[in-house]
Write a protein that binds this ligand. Structure first.
Ligand code: GYE
Length: 327
């Protein structure tokens, strides 16, 4: 039996050599490369938020722990910078490219270039809208629609006993980004069944604190009687808090705030009662990414979609977990 298996493996190796086809065409760069021989190119979105900082730190840590070389680039939230970085990784002939697409659309051409070069791609954190799923190996990240639904469910429960209208301002993430599109969609789906909920204004704050503050300042002027702010991330919510306080109002009381992420600054504001509810989005994707890289390089099958597990936090829960919060 053993002989047969060895023979088969040898036949496989000959076949690969004959066809000149590396396993990369079907996914991995083949063989059993030692971690120190693997090179990964990672094209990060930017450094727009606390979430992103924690994500970058964790990815770098995980690759260092694994002894895998990581080439890292920061696209400063610009798609053309990410495309440039990916092209450079292709020309350097890295083993795997991982990236967190700043927006969903417009990746097919560069993904096709990676595929033609036999370099597998792993989507990390954010999705692309490419119809051809063979352009990437897998997508590791959160279910953003689910996050939006969790935010909506809290709101529905919070106002369950009231028939008064509930006016909502939505602070959107980066226009065209998967988490902005999906968090809006999930939230809208949950609140649509009750006509007392109305999104009176919805604008992008680009996932930054400064953006959240600026948009809130402007929107408070046109909507002084708003009840709730639903922010697609903590940072924009923290910016909104500043704008609300500067307008002489009390965040968390005069205007309720729901955010997504659960980074330390957000959780602190939640514990202080300035934010009312946070839906968690886990940035610690490093170890799972390393795992997927190893599998892809070894030519092993990977799930097309790997969803990270997440929870939600009320004020009491935030107080409990804050002392041990890593990020
Ligand atoms: O929620 C936000 C960041 O893509 C999940 O990007 C990520 C989002 C995160 O800027 O804070």
């Amino acid at each position: 039996m053993k002989k047969f298996v060895t023979g088969l493996a040898a036949a496989g190796a000959v076949l690969l050599a004959l066809t000149g086809c590396s396993a990369a065409a079907s996914g991995g760069s083949g063989g059993d490369k030692a971690p120190e021989d693997i090179i990964v190119g990672f094209a990060q979105v930017g450094a727009e938020s606390g979430w992103r900082t924690a994500n970058t730190k964790d990815v770098k840590r995980a690759f260092e722990d694994a002894g895998i070389e990581l080439k890292f680039s920061d696209a400063q939230q610009k798609q053309e910078n990410q495309i440039k970085a990916i092209r450079s990784y292709i020309s350097q002939g890295v083993d795997v490219i991982a990236f967190s697409p700043v927006v969903e659309s417009g990746w097919d051409a560069v993904l096709q270039e990676a595929k033609d070069a036999g370099i597998p791609v792993i989507l990390t954190d954010r999705a692309v809208d490419s119809e051809d799923e063979s352009l990437y190996m897998t997508f590791l990240g959160s279910d953003f629609v689910e996050e939006g639904k969790k935010a909506g469910n809290w709101l529905v429960e919070e106002y369950a006993d009231s028939d008064d209208p509930v006016k909502i301002i939505q602070l959107e993430g980066t226009t065209g980004a998967a988490p902005a599109i999906d968090r809006a969609e999930g939230f809208a789906e949950v609140i649509k069944d009750d006509s007392k909920f109305e999104i009176v204004a919805s604008q992008t704050g680009d996932f930054t604190r400064a953006g959240g503050k600026q948009v809130t300042e402007a929107l408070l002027k046109s909507n002084p009687d708003v009840d709730v702010i639903y922010s697609h991330n903590d940072d924009m919510g923290l910016g909104a808090i500043e704008a609300i306080e500067e307008a002489g109002l009390t965040p968390g009381e005069d205007i309720k705030i729901i955010t997504v992420d659960a980074v330390k600054d957000g959780m602190t504001a939640l514990a202080e009662g300035k934010i009312n509810f946070i839906v968690e989005c886990n940035p610690l994707l490093g170890d799972q990414l390393v795992d997927l890289v190893k599998k892809v390089v070894a030519g092993e099958e990977v799930e097309k979609r790997v969803v990270t597990e997440e929870t939600t936090f009320t004020q009491e829960e935030a107080k409990e977990v804050l002392p041990d919060r890593q990020y």
